[in-house]
Design a protein around this ligand. Structure first.
Ligand SMILES: C[S@@+](CC[C@H](N)C(=O)[O-])C[C@H]1O[C@@H](n2cnc3c(N)ncnc32)[C@H](O)[C@@H]1O
Length: 204
């Protein structure tokens, strides 16, 4: 097996395979084009979404994506959809201005304030899938451009009711957005989910 693929398989063994998470979201929202800023080498989205653009400015990720051929070959063997896959990579900061076509989904996993930096690439009504490890879900929750529409639980089930209980502290108080920005850490809420879903509704 190719080195790149070994590297990817080792990586998902470490972080956990998120293919089922990406699939449940892709199926629910008919996602065909996604953007994954701060992806490192997590190419699992390409197994369930035909067109994925990855962005990461880390040297190791740039080296990994330097040769797309073995990655595309692997994805074509393992993918869940008909037709060929399209994979693009930018070895840049996701804060940079990139000439990107608008996408149906942005994936934000442990890579800073991805939703805030890249929401301009979302189609109207596009979806942000994020966790709150660095506070990205909290910032989306407080952002008028995003509507909180669901969570994905640990079994990769999308839950869209009883959402009022999220982003609330055990003892009622406001969210300190400045602290979230400074610490880059999601606050400890009474009810937390592994992943959150937001719908983009550009208010500008
Ligand atoms: C902790 S890793 C998470 C990787 C992957 N999302 C995952 O969950 O397995 C964070 C990644 O985000 C990338 N990253 C952080 N800030 C970035 C930025 N401004 N532009 C591009 N990549 C960034 C880092 O280089 C790193 O590869």
């Amino acid at each position: 097996m190719n080195n790149h693929i070994h590297q990817y398989l080792d990586y998902i063994q470490k972080i956990g395979d998120r293919k089922d998470l990406y699939k449940v979201v892709a199926d629910k929202f008919n996602i065909t084009r996604a953007l994954y800023p701060g992806s490192h080498i997590d190419i699992s989205p390409s197994l369930v979404i035909p067109d994925v653009t990855y962005i990461d400015n880390y040297k190791g990720a740039i080296q990994f994506f330097d040769n797309l051929e073995p990655i595309v070959d692997y994805v074509n063997q393992k993918k869940d959809y008909d037709g060929t896959c399209h994979i693009s990579f930018y070895g840049k900061s996701y804060d940079d201005d990139l000439e990107l076509a608008k996408v149906d989904l942005i994936i934000s996993q442990y890579a800073g304030f991805v939703g805030q930096s890249t929401k301009r690439y979302l189609k109207e009504e596009g979806i942000l899938l994020c966790n709150d490890s660095h506070g990205d879900a909290t910032l989306a929750f407080l952002d008028d451009d995003f509507e909180f529409i669901g969570v994905v639980d640990a079994n990769n089930t999308i839950i869209s009711d009883d959402l009022d209980k999220y982003f609330q502290f055990a003892r009622r108080r406001d969210i300190d957005i400045e602290k979230v920005k400074q610490t880059m850490k999601g606050p400890k809420y009474k009810h937390q989910a592994p992943n959150y879903l937001f719908k983009y509704k550009n208010t500008h």
